[in-house]
Design a protein around this ligand. Sequence first.
Ligand code: NAP
Length: 435
Amino acid sequence: MRQFAVIGSGPAGFYTAEALAKSYGDTARIDLIDALPVPYGLIRFGVAPDHQSIKAVSRRYDQVAEGEAVRFVGNVRVGENVSIAELGELYDAVILATGAPNDRKLGIPGEELPGVIGSAAFVGWYNGHPDFADLDPPLDGEAAAVIGNGNVALDVARILSKTRKEFAGSDIVGHALDALDMSAIRTISFVGRRGPHQIAMTPKELGELGHLEAAEPVVDVADFPPLEADAALEPGQRKSITHLRDFAARDPAGKAKRIVFDFFARPVAIEGDGRAERLVVERTALDGAGQSVGTGETYVIPANLIISSIGYATPPIAGVPYDDRGGKFANDGGRIGDGLYCVGWARRGPSGTIGTNRPDGYEVAAQIAGAMPPGSDGGKAGAAGLDALLGERRARPTSFADWRTIEAAETAAARPDAPREKLVRHEDWLKVLGR
Ligand code: NAP
């Protein structure tokens, strides 16, 4: 028998557990450990609440969690309840699927002012992550800025723009829905340090901005290169640019909110009297390699809420080699060292779709199966050893059956037009479990 611990129950963790279960059959046991009492990681806490069809992939993960070989162990934080070294003693292999939940820093003066928020925190707030339940983002000003031109920036701007009616069918948490409903924000500026051809927004998601009830995208035609230049783009990017060109060609519809694309603008400072009031940017141009270079000209974008959406990093774990530049664990094709592996964003860095994690997890599982063939025995204590250790420490792990109980409570508490009302705090989850 082989014993494996997968740390993190987001997409990368589930695909890896699935792959290990498939290749080992009944000759391995896999503990899928999560710091939170509930599973799904990015699916629950990252994917936008109005993108329910993407979240539906969790049903496939349920089959993995309910399989014979896999056990979900929630509410256990590695580094707090159990160390990596202890897991290394208990399991034949430990696979880190911890994602990239930390915001990268802008590294500019004023970043610490109230009103400047990383996208992980803002997304966590509207998706009901317990760490951000009390974020209380300032929505009382007329202007907000979202720094970055990626899909997370798009999610954030869209959520800031939608009406209560447009959230029907979503599982946005009640505290965010109510706060957004009262929002005074009328202008949301996307601040991109490069131009339209360099956006990292995908076409389907960008296209959604063209169909909002109370908000309209505003794009300046002067920011584009000549139309012929679009032919050199790869097809997906060309579709995105076609959306932008369409937005630029539209007459203003006079909607209440404007989503303004501010291209060629590099943030240099955030200023304000006790809170963010304006973002100072430097006008940029592209160099021969398509990178942004400052022109020396600066201007100001007013904003009381500034959300930086410039990418994420994996939190380091004591004793695990870390690649600072990449914001991920130092690894060779997913292998960190003897019996220690990483998958997903913790392996590759924060890019790619949810589906990218599947081949990633399968590849690392195949490496593990190569190193310790199915049917072999490592003599490790596995689940029984973990349970004994957690018992000594009075940790209170949750099972997948516990999650089903929480899920039923969330479904029962849903608004009439919502699939669930997420419980947001540790104590609420544990209360539903009678603890
Ligand atoms: P991303 O796609 O890497 O975009 C990051 C953006 O931040 C880029 O526009 C980048 O500009 C900009 N940026 C980086 N450093 C900056 C700085 N110091 N100052 C100003 N701008 C800076 O990252 P993401 O938006 O966090 O998304 C992460 C991954 O999740 C992506 O693969 C994304 O497609 C995926 N995702 C998908 C969906 C969906 O609905 N399909 C939703 C959310 C996320 P440069 O290009 O100039 O570096």
